[in-house]
Design a binder for this molecule. Structure first.
Ligand SMILES: [Zn+2]
Length: 399
């Protein structure tokens, strides 16, 4: 970081200072404060000073120290070293009767003094590291990470650190899922006992992985192929939730917007995150962490107790179980929820769809008996009711 200032009355008098402690992160405020401090140090205590500064943040910081107020403390302030210097200089100047004016000017407007000060700051940044001032470390912990382009960053705790941690955690989970996809691929496509096929399998999963593509790309390829194979019995990687989140074009960005939205209630967001991360406190999960003796569904148990049926073998209380009609106790509400979602979608399609579309929704927002539907619409012109009835009878007989 570099700071610089120029003197209007003595054009040869340029100040430049390389500001230390870059290992706690590069900030824009710190060199701006350093420029103020360095100028105050270099100015005689007998003359008035008019300092033109293009940093509002720096001026706000200094102005808190005019008069007294509840926030005038340097405790925990990362720039306390420089601020101490500024406050001491200004106090000294007040005692000697010299006036100090700090004025905000706009930056990068081609103003010659401002441009020259910027050049000074840039020169200062390139000074050798032994010229650094204000380089004593604070007690703050620093964090180091590589961004998407492999550029290394080091800084004290900041929003950027938080985001890098979130990204790292997500990438770890993604990697885990992709590794699973690669394993599933091996199982699905290389299960032959044929020794030659087996060797091809090994070459594909290890050789190609290291020579032609990294393990992440290999994992993606495996997952895409498994998804194309459309084996609906199990997901390509880990869970069905991961399956949807991994697929492009499934509008997962809307899920992100919804989770980040301030109008959505926190409890709803928490629930969504729990489901996505497979940590929803259903019976299976509670059993896994040792908080419940059995992973079986409590609602199914209650239902069976009421019907005086045996409860020794119960369905596992997974999220899928309690959100589907598979759970007898929840069947009615789950079907009700499903129907209202469906009706909402149909209604929205009818209202907002293109007027010239070839598609017509029969039945509207009410469920109707098939026979009634045939009687009320022209659908019988395409397929007669008798044909439907015959087919239904044939199915019933074959059952
Ligand atoms: Zn159940």
């Amino acid at each position: 970081m570099g700071a610089g200032s120029v003197c209007f009355q003595r054009p040869g008098r340029n100040l430049a200072v390389r500001v230390g402690r870059e290992e706690e992160g590069i900030s824009s405020l710190r060199p701006e404060l350093a420029a103020i401090a360095r100028t105050l140090q270099a100015t005689s205590l007998e003359v008035d000073l008019l300092y033109l500064c293009d940093s509002e943040a720096a001026l706000n910081k200094v102005s808190r120290w005019i008069g007294s107020g509840p926030r005038t403390t340097l405790a925990g302030d990362a720039n306390a070293d420089i601020m101490t210097s500024i406050i001491e200089c200004v106090r000294e100047r007040v005692l000697r009767g010299a006036r100090t004016f700090l004025v905000k000017v706009k930056a990068h407007r081609g103003e010659p003094l401002n441009e020259r000060a910027d050049t000074q700051a840039e020169n200062a940044r390139q000074l050798p590291s032994e010229c650094r001032q204000w380089k004593t470390r604070t007690q703050r912990m620093t964090y180091e990470w590589n961004d998407n382009d492999g550029v290394k960053h080091v800084t004290a705790w900041s929003k950027a650190v938080r985001n890098a941690m979130l990204r790292g955690g997500a990438e770890f989970q993604r990697k885990k899922a992709l590794n699973r996809a690669a394993n599933n691929w091996n199982k699905a496509f290389l299960c032959s006992t044929d020794i030659v096929l087996h060797r091809i399998g090994q070459a594909a999963s290890t050789g190609a992985q290291s020579d032609l593509m990294d393990s992440t790309r290999w994992g993606w390829s495996c997952m895409f192929q498994l998804q194309e194979a459309d084996n609906w019995e199990k997901p390509a990687a880990t869970t069905w939730a991961a399956e949807i989140l991994f697929r492009d074009g499934e509008s997962r960005e809307f899920l992100g917007l919804w989770i980040n939205s301030s109008v959505v209630h926190e409890a709803k967001k928490r629930r969504a995150k729990q489901v996505i991360t497979c940590s929803f406190p259903c019976g299976k999960w509670l059993h896994m962490i040792g908080a419940r003796a059995s992973p079986g569904c409590e609602l199914c148990k209650r239902e069976r107790n009421m019907d005086l049926k045996p409860t020794n073998v119960l369905p596992t209380e997974t999220v899928a179980h309690i959100q589907s009609a598979g759970c007898k106790a929840l069947k009615k509400s789950v079907i009700g929820a499903h129907n209202s979602c469906w009706k909402y979608l149909i209604g929205a399609v009818c209202t907002h769809g293109e007027a010239t579309r070839d598609l017509e929704f029969l039945g509207g927002d009410k469920d109707k008996q098939l026979e009634k539907l045939w009687a009320e619409t022209k659908i019988g012109n395409i397929l007669t009711w008798d044909e439907i009835a015959d087919e239904a009878e044939r199915l019933l007989e074959s059952d």
